[in-house]
Design a protein around this ligand. Structure first.
Ligand code: ASP
Length: 345
């Protein structure tokens, strides 16, 4: 009898532990972290060029870090970090977006919340100052996941986002880059060495931007924003606004943002591939990013990936043809760190 009561008690204890962990009452302490990228590159930067870009990336990390420090959500941290880079002409997102073959700037962006698995994205937008904010509106206020073209511009306007005209996105260096691309009859990644093989452009370019974060509640989020590729066909949509291709977050595994040959990242379902390799093949987040990059390279693609797993471990990978990926990381109470493809001279 005594033995029966004892085993009943053990069973009850086991059942309550199972219930507690399934409802996440056994709260774990997560160390918040935000990671960003500013594209991959085949170009070396001078000291001066380096400092200019590093400053914006640090500001971006600090914007995300501030939110995480105050206990804010990973979704809000990702948006804040991306907005800083979208407002800078140094990156291929928002203000510094590249040109289509017809001379337009068409913006793509996406956002995913790893807790709810809700996501929102916009593509081919021409008037939205901060595309990442429009992705949030698609996620929160519509029954859809991806809205393209005029519909995205209208949605942003109707929801009070800042609207600009195409002139806002004009920068000399991007326009020159379009001329280079037209001369070489190529669709160029911003990391392509236009200046080396054409001898025309003098400025090195930074690329697509992405941010991923883990907040104190263990929630992951991912965001990506881009102008796409220089000389792309008008109406072309890359991987950045495609959930599972250029962007993905799931609390059960990882948050991922990609940069590179979008037309190939889509075919690899790259961001989701990192999650799958982590979840099913039990690879570390670093290995999962590396394996996915190999798959991208095998199909002729080039670029990079940033990822964070549900425990706050980070993974960075890029294809070998590039000098590397401009990226940075910030943890609570620590100075944000920026990593550059080439050593500071
Ligand atoms: N992935 C982007 C696209 O293909 C470009 C980039 O990341 O540089 O649109």
């Amino acid at each position: 009898m005594k033995l029966l009561i004892k085993s009943k008690n053990i069973l009850l204890t086991l059942a309550s532990i199972a219930l507690l962990s399934s409802t996440n009452v056994l709260a774990k302490n997560f160390e918040p972290v935000i990671v960003i990228h500013g594209g991959t590159s085949g170009l070396g930067l001078t000291e001066e060029e380096f400092i200019k870009r590093e400053k914006v990336m640090k500001e971006s990390l600090k914007a995300g870090q501030n939110i995480l420090e105050k206990g804010g959500s990973s979704v809000d941290a990702v948006i804040a970090a991306i907005k800083v880079m979208e407002n800078s002409p140094e990156f291929n997102a928002g203000k510094g977006a590249v040109f289509t073959s017809d001379g337009f700037n068409e913006l793509d962006a996406s956002l995913m919340d790893g807790k709810s698995l809700n996501a929102g994205a916009i593509a081919m937008a021409r008037t939205i100052k901060n595309p990442i904010e429009a992705a949030k509106i698609v996620m929160d206020k519509t029954p859809h996941t991806l809205i393209a073209g005029e519909g995205a511009d209208k949605l942003a306007k109707n929801n009070g986002l800042e609207i600009v005209n195409q002139k806002y996105f004009y920068t000399d260096h991007r326009y020159k880059q379009l001329q280079d691309a037209k001369k070489s009859k190529k669709v160029l990644l911003d990391s392509d060495k236009a200046k080396a093989h054409l001898g025309i452009s003098t400025e090195p370019y930074l690329g697509t931007v992405g941010a991923i974060a883990l907040d104190k509640n263990g929630n992951l989020a991912a965001g990506t924003s881009t102008g796409g590729t220089t000389n792309k066909m008008t109406g072309r949509i890359g991987d950045s606004p495609i959930i599972g291709a250029g962007n993905y977050a799931n609390n059960d595994s990882v948050a991922v943002s990609c940069t590179g040959t979008g037309d190939i990242y889509i075919r690899v379902a790259a961001a989701h591939e990192v999650a799958s390799l982590y979840k099913y093949k039990k690879l570390s987040v670093q290995k999962a990013a590396e394996e996915t990059i190999k798959e991208v390279a095998e199909l002729g693609g080039t670029g990079g990936i940033i990822s964070i797993d549900k425990n706050g471990k980070v993974g960075y990978a890029w294809t070998k043809d590039k000098l590397g990926m401009y990226h940075g990381e910030a943890r609570i109470g620590k100075e944000p760190k920026i990593f550059w493809p080439v050593d500071k001279k």
